[in-house]
Design a protein around this ligand. Structure first.
Ligand code: X5A
Ligand code: ZN
Length: 678
């Protein structure tokens, strides 16, 4: 299994720059690259990555996507004087040529291809390429929006050709629509293209009809182009996360890509003059973490836009840190998507309903408006509401932005434990443990008694039960003291261990502990004080009714031979968990588990996104392969294979929908339609 993170940076790409006055283009500066790299250096991230050199992309490689005329035009600019350069530049919408532009653009293409090679050849697991000029606006025969060659599109075609890939996912989280990429793959079902973008009912550049949610692809490519237009500025962390939970991730898991490429623009981050959005750098850690669960972890991140240097640099660092497997920082702010975001999410889900099984049972009957285009909806929305507040405050938000980034600094500096995962085990168990897992000694009986008597006095009488809690305490303490990030224990009484762990965590001072139970659990902790949220995933209908906000029972029996649990994880469990924002997560796997190994490890891997990756897993099942796979998911430096994804049945989809309806008032990240009263 490949490990390591590639970083590609070549100072030569800073040579491309604007030589004359142009208020549209003057934000695409060389410092975007050098400052991001400096920032990576200052967080000591550079030395933790595998340095991969850039190279010039060959003419042949550029021709995989572009026309010969386009290539020849670009080549001819190398020897032009300023006046000539300016004249050619005027042929395009928002592009500038410099004598070094052609060379830089070839390096940008080559850097992307080097990254694909490093990942596909297994030299590294994932990586990032810092490149200029960017690529996603560039079209077969045209430069556009600061882009000359479409680096990401060429990388995808190259990967198809050289490695015979049949399914590639391109995630474009830049704030602009990568219309160039859309045009290139519009009819190609082997490339799933997802883009969210500032749209404002077609008022924002590039102001194209085909950037709207109903552009789903053409011919054989129908269903493989996903546009999520943002019709308001000020979108934030929860809007982006909701878009991933309810649009991109379900479709991506169903697509099951062999490689994921990110068109990684950070102009969608806070402070950016183009995007005017509010998402903080931490959100990019989460987005990266989600995408790392696809394609066996094969993830190539390639820089596109991003024009607020500080915001850009911090977001790049968040991305690389996450690629390296570091704990995922906690996200701040209220966890509820705004009405306009939910509207867009609902529209794109409805538009894609015919093409994706995970959306097949989507209720669209209430949507008489589906054919109503965005610009018509706009009229209905035009009276000022609370939602416009973000737009208003945005006018003078420099102070706010600086404050956000300052807060963020606290986050990125949280200590990274050198050993991340703790476990106890019998003699010899170190042989089946993945790297970076530390074996710890169990506690002795007296120590345990003292601890337990503090809250479960009755238990102190039962010697055997008591002893079984030894590993729970020892590991949990290491997590609480931040000596390790997370841990795993085998226990003959998983439910009890989990209950004790939760109480211990609350006594330690955690305000919110998320507790996920899988299988038959004899003991459910009392959730009345709101300091814990229990999600009980069991096969049998529970006698206890699921009416309380802090106790949720989810009946699930995974289909044999496939993993359909991802639909419940993305559509329900993660949205609830992200709404709750726990400080600690406890997962207990009891007897008669109703989920397969891949379902459980996917759950654990995704729960690493919460509580700064503080997760304690206790497994009753002594099956070595389950322990091993879950330990791998916890470590974060390798991705366990999640098996074959099977789309959920109608019954399952309806179950998720019913739960969503039941809980979306309490746990707002569940909202993905405006149907009933938001
Ligand atoms: C790569 C990128 C933006 C072009 C904006 C032109 N391009 N107004 O972010
Ligand atoms: Zn952009």
């Amino acid at each position: 299994m490949a490990s390591g993170t590639a970083l590609i940076y070549d100072e030569e790409m800073t040579a491309h720059k604007l030589l004359w006055n142009d208020p549209i283009c003057d934000i695409e500066v060389p410092e975007r690259l050098s400052f991001s790299y400096e920032q990576l250096r200052s967080y000591h991230l550079v030395e933790r990555c595998v340095h991969v050199p850039a190279r010039e992309g060959s003419e042949e490689e550029i021709l995989l996507v572009h026309s010969l005329e386009h290539l020849e035009m670009a080549k001819s600019t190398q020897t032009m004087n300023e006046e000539e350069l300016k004249r050619v530049s005027e042929n395009y919408d928002a592009f500038f040529f410099h004598p070094s532009t052609y060379h830089c653009a070839r390096l940008a293409v080559g850097a992307a291809l080097q990254l694909v090679d490093a990942v596909m050849a297994g030299k590294v697991r994932n990586g990032m390429a810092l490149v200029r000029p960017p690529g996603h606006h560039s079209q077969r025969n045209a430069a556009n929006g600061f882009c000359l060659f479409n680096n990401v599109a060429i990388a995808a075609e190259y990967a198809k050709l050289k490695y015979g890939l049949q399914r590639i996912l391109i995630v474009d989280w830049d704030v602009h629509h990568g219309q160039g990429t859309q045009y290139i793959f519009e009819e190609d079902p082997s490339v799933l293209y997802f883009s969210w973008h500032r749209y404002e009912h077609q008022e924002f550049w590039p102001s194209l009809k085909e950037s709207d949610y109903d552009a789903v692809g053409l011919g054989k490519g129908k269903g493989f182009n996903i546009n999520l237009p943002w019709n308001k500025v000020g979108m934030g962390n929860s809007d982006y996360l909701a878009a991933f939970f309810h649009v991109l991730l379900p479709m991506a898991f169903e697509f099951d890509p062999e490689l994921v490429i990110v068109s990684s623009g950070y102009d969608s981050g806070i402070g950016d003059p183009e995007g005017q959005m509010n998402a903080t750098p931490e959100v990019f850690a989460h987005l990266t973490h989600f995408l790392m669960q696809l394609a066996n972890g094969k993830l190539c991140v390639i820089l596109e836009g991003g024009y607020h240097l500080k915001s850009l640099g911090e977001s790049v660092c968040m991305t690389v840190k996450t690629l390296l497997g570091d704990p995922v920082p906690q996200i701040t702010g209220e966890m509820a998507p705004c009405l306009s975001a939910v509207e867009s999410i609902q529209n794109v889900r409805a538009a894609h309903k015919p093409y994706w099984k995970c959306l097949a049972y989507e209720d669209t009957s209430f949507l008489q408006n589906l054919s109503t285009k965005s610009h018509l909806l706009k009229k209905a929305n035009s009276n000022p509401s609370a939602e416009d507040e973000s737009q208003i405050t945005n006018n003078n938000n420099t102070v706010k932005v600086e404050r956000f980034l300052e807060l963020h600094m606290k986050n990125i500096l949280f200590p990274v434990p050198s050993i991340k995962t703790a476990t106890t085990g019998s003699e010899g168990s170190e042989y089946f443990l993945p790297e970076h897992v530390q074996l710890v000694k169990e506690m002795d009986e007296t120590e345990i008694k003292v601890l337990v008597s503090g809250f479960y006095a009755d238990l102190v009488k039962e010697e055997k039960t008591l002893l079984s809690l030894g590993s729970t305490f020892v590991i949990l303490d290491k997590i609480l003291k931040k000596e390790v990030c997370n841990g795993i224990a085998a226990s003959p009484t998983a439910a009890l261990s989990a209950a004790v762990a939760v109480r211990h965590g609350v006594r330690f001072g955690f305000q919110r502990v998320l507790c996920v139970f899988v299988g038959d659990m004899q003991m459910i902790p009392n959730t009345e004080d709101g300091k814990m949220l229990v999600i009980n995933i069991c096969e049998k209908e529970q006698s206890r009714k699921t009416s309380c906000k802090h106790y949720i029972s989810l009946n699930w029996k995974e289909d044999a031979g496939g993993n359909d649990f991802f639909s419940a994880v993305l559509g329900f469990i993660l949205p609830v968990a992200y709404s709750y924002q726990p400080n600690l997560t406890v997962v207990a796997v009891g007897p008669n588990r109703n989920l397969g190994i891949s379902g459980i490890s996917l759950l654990v891997a995704l729960l690493r996104g919460l509580a700064e990756s503080r997760v304690f897993v206790v497994i009753e099942d002594t099956e070595i392969s389950l322990m091993q796979t879950v330990a791998k998911a916890l470590v974060g430096t390798s991705t366990p294979p999640f098996g074959i994804y099977v789309p959920p049945t109608q019954e399952k989809v309806n179950k998720i929908k019913a739960l969503r309806d039941q809980f979306q008032q309490e746990w707002k990240m569940l909202q993905c339609s405006v149907k009933d009263g938001i």
